[in-house]
Design a protein around this ligand. Sequence first.
Ligand SMILES: Cc1ncc(COP(=O)(O)O)c(C=O)c1O
Length: 437
Amino acid sequence: MSGKGQRLYPRAKSRIPGGTQLLSKRPEMFLPEHWPSYYSKAKGVDVWDLDENHYIDMSYNGMGACILGAADPDVDEAARKAIESGTMSTLNCPEEVELADLFCEIHPWAGMVRYARTGGEAMAVAVRIARAYTRRDRVAFCGYHGWHDWYLAANLAEERALDGHLLPGLEPLGVPRGLIGTALPFRYNHLEELKALASRYTGEIAAIVMEPVRSMEPESGFLEGVREIASHIGAVLIIDEISSGFRLNSGGAHLVYGLEPDMAVFAKAISNGYPMAAVIGRDNVMQAAQNTFISSTYWTDRIGPAAALATIRKHIKYDVSKHLIRIGQRVKQGWCEAAKHSKLTVEIGGIEPLAHFSFSGEESQTMKTIFIQLMLERGFLASTALYATYAHQDIHLQRYENAVSEVMSIMRQSLQQQSLSKILKGPVAHAGFKRLA
Ligand SMILES: Cc1ncc(COP(=O)(O)O)c(C=O)c1O
């Protein structure tokens, strides 16, 4: 499997440190040396590589951005209109006010909105506002929230040798050591860990930052407990909806769980492949954005808000999350049945629209790589997760399920014959960074 994309990537690595701009798009995260790496065209769930090989995307679909499918005609039409009427001017685009109204209509607890264009920077905006509002420095968090200094500071340790141990794979080199102790991790569903941080750092925590849901469901009382602690210690509760938003409903997943945060942050799925991010919050907290400097030229472009308005309206109109949940349920069932049939042990998790599984045992990473390789050979961009889109249809699932069954049976046979590594045509995939549960 050596095509144009496979040959282009080594050249990329000599020009672009790390090869790509996003860790999870690195070919090494899928199938080192053999992943097609680049696309010439993407439409719905169909993807063509640089050699015009066709694949069905049964993996991350733009890392969760293409919630309606790639190149959605309605969103693209809105973007085209924005282009025709000028994407940038000395004046502001009115769509950003319309979008702010829409966000606050969907989330009645919120009264104000600021924008950015990527998830990580929107999180940095939210944390800055929370620090400005509370005049405090420390942030308690769980989960992954991007690449910025406020977050990577968690990986600084008193001893340099221990740097990076807390969040495996996330190197904090270049993050000022003065930030040690400003980002304090706790684990999802471990309220006692947050309580301990709250009592150890009384009056010092500016914000509590977390996703509402991810790999596992919140245990009874957990979200309520977090809300209570935040209110009790006067910290701003920031809910990161960058991945979870618009999957379970047409809005933040926190609405599904009856959680009222002080701020929530959206990106990825809100604009279906066009850069856009939003920080929404209560008026009193958001007003603190006026006491600090948060400002950027391209946060004013017209395409982002136009694409977001089109995406969100379509999402509501077609009840897109219902479709995503159904696709996720079916895929999970498919994995379960295929694994059972071929006597492989897999662990399945994630909310339905962001479903994932893992092979168990010592050779799990080798198994994952082989799975990706064999699925690629059958015309699928696949990994051990499926981020469902509105463009996934039963016909895709049918073909995918057949391929998964076949691939898992082959894997089972080679496991029995102890010849797993013989199937592998290249190195084992990198495990990359891990999200803290
Ligand atoms: C929960 C969460 N927060 C933040 C981010 C960072 O967003 P971005 O990659 O747009 O900077 C991600 C991306 O995967 C995410 O899943």
